[in-house]
Design a protein around this ligand. Structure first.
Ligand code: F6P
Length: 373
């Protein structure tokens, strides 16, 4: 009997998801004689038993398409809103897994999905995880698919902003995605030649950012482009956030936890619109007119580049081999160009942020880019 495998995509979409679905599917069906069920809209599809059979026809022609043919969601299996109530839906997932006679489930997603995949593995399911995210923040994988395409898009934006900043003698603050990690802003900032790069891992001092801009103006370059990671914070804001996190970590009653959650949400809300705050502060400190560009979802949209097609195909097809070999409870990581099985417990909840002494940080400093410290 052919082994039946479920596959789903979860979390924010990213370029290369379809390449990974195709990579896994073609190898699973073509090489290992498996059957493939594609569950729709992330973990929700497993709960609602909402799937379509994927065969060589459905997998054909999707390599170059952005987004995901399966749809996605950020639902968490252990805390899902069903009929207006938050419920643990893992038992329902186990039931559907058994009902469909599944041999394994492939969860394609980022850090949140790795945690959810581990929850399913802990409930006794055979699970593997394929690492996608434009944030590149998944532990133990050199790169996640989606990152390369987003890096290209953000770099092009930084390039293009130069000529308009130059023409108008302006400071342009460009907000780049990345959640709590600075990989995308740092990479695009370096590749696009941003004058200052601000990332979450290096809390900034506004005076130092203004000095970088003023120094350029003194040497006749009266415009600047600032690549600001969405998670970057000033030294003061980062300290507030850290205190709120600590409060949350040490809350040991449900009431204290609820109060700490509320406090953290208030602190986070106060940091929203940070790009506008930075632009305003820079205008005041430098006298140069300042503008903001939020790149937003354009960074995740559209056709994957060659690297992401390649990585999605590599990890997807290696994942099919792992399932065939009975290797479960792992992330199919990319290490030194090879696909390697890393235990989910080493990946889940383990964010890969930019080390402050990373080569990219050194290179940015080397070419005189300000990092706000
Ligand atoms: O994790 C990918 C990502 O695009 C982050 O860079 C960003 O913070 C987040 O998703 C946005 O999430 P949503 O799609 O839920 O708005």
């Amino acid at each position: 009997m052919a082994k039946r495998i479920g596959i789903l995509t979860a979390g924010g979409d990213s370029p290369g998801l379809n390449a990974a679905i195709r990579g896994f599917g073609k190898a699973a069906i073509g090489h290992h004689g498996m059957e493939l069920l594609g569950f729709r809209s992330g973990l929700k599809g497993l709960v609602e038993n909402n799937f379509q059979v994927l065969d060589s026809d459905t997998l054909s022609g999707i390599l170059t398409i952005g987004g995901t043919i399966l749809g996605t969601s950020r639902d968490k299996p252990h805390r899902m809103v069903v009929d207006g109530e938050v419920r643990d839906m893992i038992p329902t997932i186990v039931e559907n897994y058994e009902k469909n006679d599944l041999h394994a489930v492939v969860c394609i997603g980022g850090g949140g999905t790795a945690k959810n995949a581990k929850r399913l593995a802990d409930a006794g399911l055979n699970v593997i995880h394929l690492p996608k995210t434009i944030d590149n923040d998944i532990a133990h994988t050199d790169t996640s698919f989606g990152f390369s395409t987003a890096l290209g898009i953000a770099t092009e934006a930084v390039d293009r902003l130069h000529s308009t900043a130059h023409s108008h003698h302006r400071v342009i603050v460009v907000e780049i995605m990345g959640h709590k990690a600075g990989w995308l802003a740092l990479g695009a900032g370096i590749a696009g030649g941003a004058d200052v790069i601000l990332i979450p891992e290096i809390p900034y001092n506004l005076e130092s950012v203004a000095e970088s801009v003023n120094k350029r103006a003194r040497s006749g370059r009266n415009f600047s482009v600032i690549a600001l990671a969405e998670g970057a914070r000033s030294i003061e804001d980062a300290a507030d956030l850290e205190a709120a996190e600590a409060l949350r970590k040490h809350a040991n009653t449900p009431e204290a936890k609820a109060a700490a959650d509320k406090h953290r949400a208030t602190v986070e809300a106060a940091h929203r619109d940070n790009a506008f705050k930075v632009a305003e502060q820079l205008e005041e400190a430098t006298g140069l007119e300042s503008r903001v560009t939020i790149l937003g979802y354009v960074q995740r949209g559209g056709t994957p580049d060659a690297n992401d097609r390649l990585l999605g195909t590599l990890l997807g097809s290696a994942g099919a081999d792992m399932v065939a070999d009975g290797e479960f409870g792992v992330t199919v990581a990319s290490q030194g160009g090879a696909a390697v099985a890393v235990p989910l417990e080493d990946v889940a909840g383990n964010l890969k942020t930019v080390p402050v002494d990373h080569e990219w940080v050194r290179a940015a400093r080397g070419v005189g880019t300000g990092l706000g410290d």
